[in-house]
Design a protein around this ligand. Sequence first.
Ligand code: HEM
Length: 128
Amino acid sequence: KEASSIFEAIGGQAKINELVDAFYARVQKHPDLIPIFPNNFTEIARKQKQFLTQFFGGPPLYIQEHGHPMMKRRHAPFPITPTRRDAWLTCMEGALEEAQIEEPFRSAMFDRLILTANHMMNTPEPEK
Ligand code: HEM
């Protein structure tokens, strides 16, 4: 049987969990991202696993616990500049590789995440 979603095709929940853990290990060390993230990543990693599961066609775990995603609104308290968008995407690109997600899924996932990350920007670059 052919996989009916990216979620299934890449290996389901175990693969999403691996991806998200690899992602926050990078975010935690990224100088552009440290200032806006909490010190403890347990809760955000849990939510991100739920969110990306549903985002890539798996069960609607995020909405079941947290309601409508409203991602732009949930990011409004955090100043997301173009530099931070790029940093977030760099961490995600590394995580997709580390989790060994195969093509064509890796590029399909990254392309969708680029669109969402662009949408999350809410603050111009501060002047130097
Ligand atoms: C939450 C940063 C893009 C999904 C957060 C938080 C920060 C953040 C600071 C809150 C952490 C806390 O709870 O204190 C960023 C930055 C981005 C970005 C800098 C760069 C563009 C994205 C994208 C997605 C995403 C593209 C999804 C594809 C989430 C989710 C949460 C979250 C699911 C948890 C929301 C909740 O509280 O329920 N993000 N984010 N983020 N972000 Fe992002």
